[in-house]
Design a protein around this ligand. Sequence first.
Ligand code: F6P
Length: 367
Amino acid sequence: MAQSKIKRIGIVTGGGDCPGLNAVIRAVAKSAMGEYGLTVIGIEDGFEGFVEGRMHELDNKEVSGILSLGGTILGTSNKGDPFHYPEEGLNGKIEIVDESARVVRNYRRWALDALVAIGGDGTMHISNKLAEMGLNIVGVPKTIDNDLAATDLTFGYDSALFVATEAIDRLHTTASSHHRVMVIEVMGRYAGWIALGAGLAGGADIILIPEIPFKWDSIYKKVKERSLHGKRFSIVCVAEGAKPKDGDMVVKEMDEKRTDARRLGGIGEMIGDCITQETRLETRVTVLGHLVRGGSPTPFDRNLSTKFGCHACELIAQGKFGYMVALRGNRIEDVPIKDAITKQKLVPPFCQEILAARAVGTSFGDE
Ligand code: F6P
């Protein structure tokens, strides 16, 4: 690294926050400053702050003691895509414009030689385009949704599973005491990884995911059967993106400021209402929402984040740009950012988790 031209690097956290972001920031900053003698600039509030030129130099003090801290000390935003940037006109109307040139300008103004972009598919799409405009970028895959291709896991997913599984465990005891059907809706966007992972770990009786559209009758049959012949309660773990065979995902809100305007949510309530109406079984609905995104990362996520962050620095030291660090098996590797954005990683309907869940009697609402 002694002869390297890289002197100053930036770090940005883009999109929704998730546990483990601070662990990556810490790993990148400590390793960049300590191992490679680099200056590290923290970009504030994601790409929004990058467009606006809000950043500052990080020091050891700022990145110490944050390993176990949830969220991101840098701040983030899921409305700051520089290529789809919402700007308020004089008439108060929001206009979507391309502000990518401002990012490039700020990168140069702050004399950055490279950038570590920590984020999910949105951030990797942005990074890929910025790389084409000449920025030296290394990506680090983050998202509770675990829907990024080219890496076996994203950091944040394990922590989300931990919270969702604990919630199911807690619902189990009260469901059983009151002989109720408990519906729990979890995040995950268009992928069912969180619902599947937590549903399997928590022993849900029905798991509904976007990849396997459900039949209403199949849900009613399962909860009625259990109420008559099994335990007198049921747990239904539903992904926010789950949808019936003959219907669509439930959209809570459209927000044009986001690259993907759809904000999902509401399928849990709908399922709860229908179960009550059709089966007369007492039903309660819990929407976990952002609880799965907040709080401390699990030990697994802290370690994955630390390994990702250190590998990102190694790539920068090698001058290997346009790559994203990735978990392959139990090794940290790197893949072209392009490979991570060609398609979304959805749950394969015949994966081992689904087969195992079916084998222990879990319904996916499709029989
Ligand atoms: O991508 C992470 C995620 O938490 C999704 O699971 C969810 O659909 C979305 O972000 C929620 O976004 P927001 O924080 O803007 O409500």
